[in-house]
Design a protein around this ligand. Structure first.
Ligand code: ADP
Ligand code: MG
Length: 676
């Protein structure tokens, strides 16, 4: 038997078990060996009930009494009395009614959980339970927990892996020997062995470090190599034409910030080179990214090239088209809008105009990447709110040019530097770290759901002063299962009572695109005082006259999302306000307190990274594809180490092919992230 043997060769795997593994994508012995534990249960320190102390604890006991009762909708509590020779204690599970069936047998179990003071007494909260009988006979008592596979018990997975244990030593090394040595890493086979059969948690730690390093090294090496390849490409050279830019700037109704000037200049310089630009423009919400893209598009058009600007929503695309038309039309530059709702003849005409070059700036949604869209001479591609797009979509748009066009990705979700390295390793970065002059920090307050009356008075006062307000709810319709606010119910309520005298608009994702557009237009023109909306306004929407945003059930949103939503206000010289209304039952989370404290997107991104991990921070599409199993992008130290080694390796021109597995993985990452 070897690593490529099919699973049915393994003792203990019958046809049925084999099928379940197959469905989970595990086909060979090697696949199963690389199926690493998600976490561990530590049974190495078992205490008696009499000797238990607050904190993480494991006991060996059996269940004497167990019952489940519903507490309220969506919450069922299972309580059990556990006993051993020394005493009794209470265990509690939330929404795990299956514990009753599991524990009723009266068998001995290891229970592992948090022993804590709650509801006036000490109890073991949500403990895991492992039947003593099922425990491996060896002495090791740290048990791996695997991602659950339908139809397969964890105990069986453990047993089969114990069977395969000798084969783990056959795993080939994937990292260059000098890197292993200088980074003091475990060998690959030792690391995998330690992951499945650890003796101490410290061993797990070292194994994770090794495997995490490897993942990051591959990812970073891929972006280093992409960078090298990109540098070899030939793009369009677009020179700097000072008078054109000066004319654009002169016509703006405001002066550019220093940061906007710097970013624009960096972009313009990139375009003068032969190699295509690959740049990320990072700027906090409201920092004025759109106008930077507009400025560059203007000078690109002057040299006969087209610009394509892709935005994630129709609302945003049509808003950009309008903003840019205002800026560019007077200079004789035509701007077109291509979204799903442009249909029939109008669409056909637009296609022609894009193909013959008579439309110079094309703003659109995903519609832009369809095959039918052909450009005359695409020189500049802008991806707005780039974290909303996958790599694939970005690539499809770039493919629409004969030569590689210059690319500017824009994002209002600031990313900590460490993350930027991994995710955007091959991009140059410009930062807008300055808000337009006269902006006042948004006053943010957590508001109790019990004092809405006072809040509505404040909102009303703003409207009387000529301003506008957003009310954000997370649901579209009421759901009888919970008491979370919906836009439809809230709209009716506000319009019929508290804000009878005000004009209210309703916006959510299920409206037809044309209706969405109309509601947004009306709000934008000041024809609504209040916009009751779901998070469809989360990204990019720009109505500077709006100065209040009320976010219902604020505890349901992530930190970056709240920051984005809040960014809908504070876009003019007027003082703006953000009110975060907590759900009735929740206490203000750390998230809400952080956002109340700070207006700084970069700071909040760091906090978010610590609180929730990177998934939230950068696009899900990309995150999913990168598929890091072990490394977390929050591990900045490991990232820095891997980055250093990847750079040295790439620059040394070493032949990767001597490390076969490394090469395969790196090439996979390269394909995923490449821009060529
Ligand atoms: P974001 O960076 O969030 O995409 P926008 O590009 O939507 O920001 O700009 C936010 C608002 O600020 C817009 O109304 C825009 O016209 C305005 N704005 C942009 N730059 C400046 C500036 N230098 N001075 C004043 N207002 C500006
Ligand atoms: Mg924007």
């Amino acid at each position: 038997m070897n690593l490529v043997s099919p699973l049915d060769k393994v003792k203990g795997i019958g046809a049925k078990t084999g099928e379940q593994f197959d469905l989970a994508g595990i086909h060979t012995v090697g696949d199963l060996i690389e199926f690493l534990p998600r976490n561990y249960e530590d049974f190495s320190h078992v205490t008696t009930i009499a000797g238990i102390k607050p904190g993480k604890a494991t006991i060996k006991a059996h269940c004497e009494k167990i019952a489940t009762r519903p507490v309220r909708r969506g919450l069922r509590i299972t309580t059990a009395t556990l006993t051993d020779d020394t005493g009794k204690l209470q265990a509690v599970w939330f929404n795990q009614p299956y514990r009753e069936t599991q524990l009723k047998s009266g068998e001995d179990f290891y229970f592992s959980g948090e022993f804590e003071f709650n509801y006036n007494r000490y109890q073991l909260t949500n403990p895991s339970a492992e039947m003593v009988k099922d425990m491996p006979v060896q002495t090791d008592r740290i048990l791996p927990v695997y991602r659950s596979i339908k139809g397969l018990k964890t105990t069986l997975v453990r047993k089969i892996l114990a069977e395969l244990r000798p084969l783990i030593t056959m795993l080939p090394e994937t990292l260059p020997a000098d890197i292993i040595k200088s980074e003091k890493l475990m060998s690959r086979s030792d690391a995998v062995l330690a992951m499945h059969f650890p003796e101490t948690m410290a061993e797990v730690q070292s194994a994770r470090e090794r495997l995490g390093f490897e993942e990051l090294f591959q990812l970073l090496l891929a972006s280093q190599l992409n960078r090298q390849e990109n540098a070899k490409l030939t793009g369009w050279t677009i020179p700097f034409e000072q008078p054109v830019v000066a004319d654009f700037v002169k016509r703006l109704p405001f002066a550019l910030t220093g940061a906007q000037r710097r970013a624009a200049w960096e972009i313009i310089q990139d375009m003068e080179r032969k190699t295509p630009m690959n740049r990320l423009l990072q700027g906090d919400v409201g920092s004025g990214k759109t106008v930077v893209a507009g400025l560059v598009a203007c000078q690109v058009a002057h040299f006969g090239f087209q610009t394509a600007i892709m935005a994630p929503t129709e609302i945003l695309a049509s808003q950009h088209a309008e903003t840019l038309s205002k800026l560019l039309q007077p200079l004789g530059i035509t701007v077109g809008l291509l979204t799903g709702s442009v249909k029939g003849m109008a669409r056909k005409t637009l296609y022609e105009q894009i193909a013959n070059g008579s439309v110079q700036v094309v703003v659109g949604t995903h519609a832009l990447i369809q095959e039918t869209v052909k450009f005359h001479k695409l020189g500049f591609v802008v991806i707005d709110e780039q974290h909303r797009f996958g790599v694939k979509q970005r690539q499809l748009l770039l493919d629409k040019s004969e030569f590689m066009p210059h690319m500017l990705a824009m994002t209002a979700t600031p990313i900590p530097r460490s993350l930027a390295l991994t995710v955007y390793g091959e991009l140059d970065i410009s930062i807008l770290n300055e808000l337009p002059t006269g902006r006042k920090p948004i006053a943010t307050k957590i508001w109790s759901p019990n004092s809405r009356a006072q809040l509505y008075e404040k909102v009303d006062a703003e409207i009387t002063a000529g301003r506008q307000a957003y009310v954000i709810c997370s649901l579209i319709e009421d759901n009888p299962e919970n008491d979370i606010k919906s836009v439809q119910a809230e709209y009716v309520k506000l319009q019929n009572s508290i804000f009878k005298h005000r004009r209210i608009g309703l916006l959510h994702g299920k409206l037809k695109p044309a209706d969405k557009d109309e509601v947004m237009q009306k709000f934008s023109r000041g024809e609504f005082d209040i916009l009751v909306s779901t998070t469809v306004v989360e990204v990019g929407v720009d109505v500077p006259n709006a100065t209040v945003i009320v976010i219902e059930n604020a505890d349901r949103f992530g930190l970056s999302q709240l920051h984005q939503l809040r960014g809908r206000v504070g876009r003019s010289v007027h003082q703006s306000y953000c009110y975060l209304i907590n759900s009735i039952s929740a206490k203000p989370s750390q998230r809400l307190r952080e956002i109340e404290k700070s207006n700084d997107g970069f700071y909040l991104a760091e906090v978010d990274l610590k609180l929730r991990g990177p998934g939230e921070i950068y696009g899900r599409a990309q995150h999913g594809a990168l598929n890091l199993q072990i490394a977390t992008l929050a591990d900045t130290k490991l990232i820095a180490r891997a980055q250093k080694r990847a750079k040295v390796f790439a620059e040394s021109g070493q032949n990767m092919l001597q490390y076969k597995q490394l090469a395969t993985q790196v090439q996979y990452y390269q394909r995923l992230t490449t821009l060529n």
